[in-house]
Design a protein around this ligand. Structure first.
Ligand code: SF4
Length: 363
């Protein structure tokens, strides 16, 4: 029996960040209570014997959950699912919502991986992004996490901000590396419709694509010099600290999402939960919409695997292999991919234009 991952979407934020288009709503203690009761109802509704290998609390701002509430949620999770002894259990946290005491309780409740929404270690960049914390607050969050017993700590970084230089990025990486974190996720700022940044016309101030490509490639080199090995377009890890949960997404392994706006790939379909907290709280079982009734096609599997540095094995390509091989020469010559006769993998340069390359190779 293969393993399952569980994703729990926590839809609360203290304040909406101006660039964010994720589903989230304002936090009140009454909403949180109703949400937790609905979560537990859904755990019972989805109970299964499939061993659970990863659990991920994402959001939103999951760190608005108190230590005591999280203890209860994990206890109920264990009552409904078979959580493996060595399961990876991650929580996303906003540096301004945690302290040693809360982290200690999280660790005690069974959380063993922390993903911190740091975004930058430069004050001006954090102010621009509308974040509440300062670099010092982020530093304290990491130190508190270490003291509370966390070994596996990831930090998010944002690149492609207006006027950002490679030395700004280098400064953030250096400060995080000094704190001995194990994993860095780095995302390029996109201005999505409906966000504050979109209304404010920030899109006009973003650097152009060539400049961002240059930043990304230099960032990959800097991360590599600190031994953060790239394993996916946006993810870099030391030693064995790749995110086991996120790897599920790219390796087409099953995951069950619970909570408003959570996504799943489970029991042969992809589905999304209605993005409404009130509906989630009021419904006996979460309301879902099927988004893909056949998610295991070759094209989908290949697109996801090519996001990973380990790439796509030719043995997985079946009768498409010959056609794909024919297209590799030009891409190798231009430094976009590597091909060792068994596996095709995008280089960092290839990752920057991954959509076009994947489309060219597969379709
Ligand atoms: S970026 Fe994170 S903290 Fe900010 S609004 Fe989005 S989900 Fe909430």
């Amino acid at each position: 029996m293969s393993n399952l991952g569980i994703y729990i979407h926590v839809p609360f934020c203290a304040k909406k960040c101006p660039y964010c288009d994720f589903y989230s709503t304002s936090y009140t203690s009454a909403n949180m209570k109703g949400y937790i009761q609905a979560l537990i109802r859904n755990f019972k509704a989805y109970t299964t014997d499939i061993p659970v290998d990863t659990v991920y609390f994402g959001g939103g701002t999951p760190s608005l959950i108190s230590g005591q509430q999280l203890g209860l949620i994990i206890e109920e999770l264990k009552n409904s699912f078979h959580i493996n002894e060595d399961a990876e259990i991650t929580i996303e946290a906003n540096p301004s919502t945690i302290d040693f005491d809360k982290l200690f309780k999280y660790r005690k409740a069974g959380i063993n991986r922390l993903s911190l929404g740091v975004q930058s270690m430069n004050k001006t960049e954090l102010d621009f992004l509308g974040r509440h914390h300062t670099p010092e607050r982020a530093e304290k969050a990491v130190k508190d996490a270490h003291s509370a017993g966390f070994e596996n700590i990831s930090c998010d970084l944002m690149i492609g901000l207006p006027n950002q230089t490679i030395s700004d990025i280098s400064h953030s990486i250096e400060r995080l590396a000094d704190l001995n974190i194990t994993h860095i996720s780095s995302y390029i700022l996109k201005v999505e419709e409906g966000t504050r940044f979109h209304i404010d016309g920030i899109i006009e101030k973003l650097p152009d694509d060539d400049y961002i490509s240059g930043l990304y490639l230099e960032m990959c080199d800097i991360l590599s010099s600190y031994e953060y090995k790239q394993y996916e377009i946006s993810n870099f890890a030391k030693n064995n600290f790749q995110s086991r949960h996120n790897n599920r997404y790219w390796k087409c392994e099953d995951y069950l999402g619970i909570g408003p706006a959570a996504h799943s790939c489970y029991n042969g379909i992809r589905f999304a939960v209605k993005p409404e907290l009130d509906d989630f709280i009021a419904s006996p079982k979460q309301n879902i919409e099927i988004t893909d009734s056949n998610p295991y096609t070759f094209e989908e599997m290949a697109m996801l695997k090519l996001r990973l540095s380990e790439g796509l094995a030719l043995s997985e390509c079946g009768d498409k292999a010959d056609n794909i091989i024919k297209k590799t020469d030009m891409l190798i010559k231009n430094g976009y991919i590597t091909f060792d006769g068994k596996k095709i993998a995008l280089t960092s340069k290839g990752f920057m234009v991954s959509n076009s390359i994947i489309e060219y190779l597969i379709f």
